[in-house]
Design a protein around this ligand. Structure first.
Ligand code: 5AD
Ligand code: SF4
Length: 475
């Protein structure tokens, strides 16, 4: 349905409306939330920090672990009184649940929270205006949890830049079916956007002032989009090399990857493309071959070691991040010790770790060999303490180094700015607000918990051509 018919009043002027979006979970959701705001802006919706008087509240949800999913229902409980208190002479407040909980729960969500007006999965962002119009007309909730054959990307307007860094979605969905994970069910099969649309979108972002782009996908290195100027498809490495040619795009990152798709071409790209930042989030989940097999990860512990070895051979300073799950069904003390050993051997600059959470409909949830919660909690605490030590030593080793920092916002105090290092560490330094969006050469003076302090040592450096630091603890 054309947008004009949906919302624009007869006069042609659009009434201003308040939009409150809460985003849970991964960066794909952060991206989708931004696109929802983009698609609603022409209808007069302006984002607001407050839910109580919003015309439309969107909860963009995550189903990956039970805690994240349950949080949505407690937040819905808090929203209900705002909806009820809405003055009768105003349009009712609409509440939309989007994302993976919406996809997974569908009707069951409405049964549990009947005051919800819209339930929409992650693939139908572009239909939000139409769903709003239908919700205003309808007595009950409007559901849209299809996997449409045309993709949302064909219908969404080009994203608007909001500062010097941006996400760009290149791939969605997952066909890997790790036995613990809901993503293949909630996000659907793998889909890659064409290289042409991605390069055009990147150019647009750069001309709006973006200097760092993070390519996003659930399985971003499984990227296989239509090639530019020829037949066949491009891999992620090839795409990154094309993006690196865009004048003004100084930094490229990508997330999240799977070890199975870490091909030679991509590893080589890390060694040869200076704009590809020396940071990689490569989830391993476990260091035990037995558990990796039960998880259906499709690789061994040794494969992971070999990938890291090759990456470090080409880019010795690369900072590594990972995801870990402890207490997967059947995980023994020995399996867990293998995971700790892997962490000790590899050394991570930072990482995310979770207790296994049984998700309905996934094969591992059916396993009778569930690990008791107190065992999971003890393992998580040991693992996090090791990872936190490693993060601290990684940051401590940065002190004294000269690092280029992209300034992304105001710091803690007046006259201070915060930015990010090539290794994705937050860096605070004294700098005028007018330096926002610039890449400043700094000397790191201190490591404070998870961030760094620095002083500017040079005037703005206009491009980053060489790795400027070599990690001392890389091996
Ligand atoms: N339980 C715990 N952690 C999970 N993850 C995915 N599914 C589960 C689950 N059922 C973690 C994995 C994944 C990250 C995004 O979330 O580590 O890489
Ligand atoms: Fe989930 Fe595994 Fe796919 Fe990652 S690779 S999204 S963990 S199924």
């Amino acid at each position: 349905m054309p947008r004009e018919q949906v919302e624009t009043p007869a006069s042609g002027s659009v009434r201003r409306k308040k939009l409150f979006i809460k985003t849970y979970g991964c960066q794909m959701n952060v991206y989708d939330s931004a696109r929802m705001a983009d698609v609603l802006a022409p209808l007069g919706y302006e984002t607001s920090e407050q839910a109580d008087d919003a015309d439309l509240v969107v909860l963009n949800t995550c189903h990956i672990r039970e805690k994240a999913a349950e949080k949505v229902f407690s937040d819905l409980g808090r929203l209900k009184p705002f909806k009820t208190a809405r003055p009768k002479d105003q349009d009712p407040m609409l509440i939309a649940v989007a994302g993976c909980v919406a996809q997974a729960e569908g009707d069951a969500l409405v049964a549990r929270a009947p005051f919800v007006d819209i339930v929409m999965g992650p693939q139908t962002t572009h239909r939000l205006p139409e769903l709003i119009a239908r919700a205003h007309r309808s007595a009950g909730a409007v559901l849209d949890t299809d996997f449409p054959t045309d993709t949302k990307f064909d219908h969404l307007p080009p994203p608007r830049a909001d500062g010097p860094t941006a996400f760009l979605s290149v791939q969605e969905g997952c066909d890997k079916f790790c036995t613990f994970c809901v993503v293949p069910y909630t996000r659907g099969a793998e889909y890659s956007r064409s290289a042409k649309t991605i390069v055009e979108e990147a150019r647009g972002l750069v001309s709006d002032g973006v200097r760092e782009i993070t390519l996003l996908g659930q399985n971003v290195n499984a990227y296989h989009g239509d090639a530019i100027g020829g037949t066949g498809t491009w891999s992620l490495g090839r795409l990154i090399r094309a993006l690196a040619e865009i004048d003004g795009l100084d930094r490229i990152r990508y997330t999240t990857s799977h070890p199975r798709d870490m091909d030679d071409d991509l590893i080589e790209t890390h060694a040869t493309v200076p704009a590809l930042m020396p940071y990689l989030h490569l989830p391993v989940q476990s260091g035990s071959d037995r558990i990796l097999d039960a998880m259906n990860r499709g690789h061994t512990r040794d494969t992971y070691y070999r990938i890291i070895e090759r990456l470090r051979a080409g880019r010795p300073d690369i900072a590594l991040s990972s995801d870990f799950i402890v207490g997967f069904p059947g995980e023994t003390d020995d399996d867990f010790a293998d995971t700790m050993k892997l962490i000790e051997d590899i050394t991570f600059a930072q990482a995310y770790s979770f207790k296994y959470s049984a998700r309905p409909g996934t094969p591992a949830a059916e396993n009778s060999d569930q690990v008791p919660d107190d065992v999971k909690a003890a393992r998580l605490s040991a693992l996090q303490s090791l990872l936190s030590q490693q993060q601290k030593s990684f940051n401590a080793a940065s002190v004294g180094q000269h690092l280029p920092v992209l300034l992304t916002g105001p710091g803690r105090h007046d006259g201070q700015m915060v930015g990010r290092s090539p290794y994705l560490q937050p860096v605070h330094l004294d700098a005028p607000a007018t330096d926002y969006g610039m890449i400043v050469m700094t000397e790191i003076t201190a490591a404070i918990s998870n961030s760094l302090s620095a002083v500017a040592i040079d005037s703005t450096q206009e491009s980053e051509t060489q790795p400027v630091a070599t990690r001392v603890d890389a091996h």
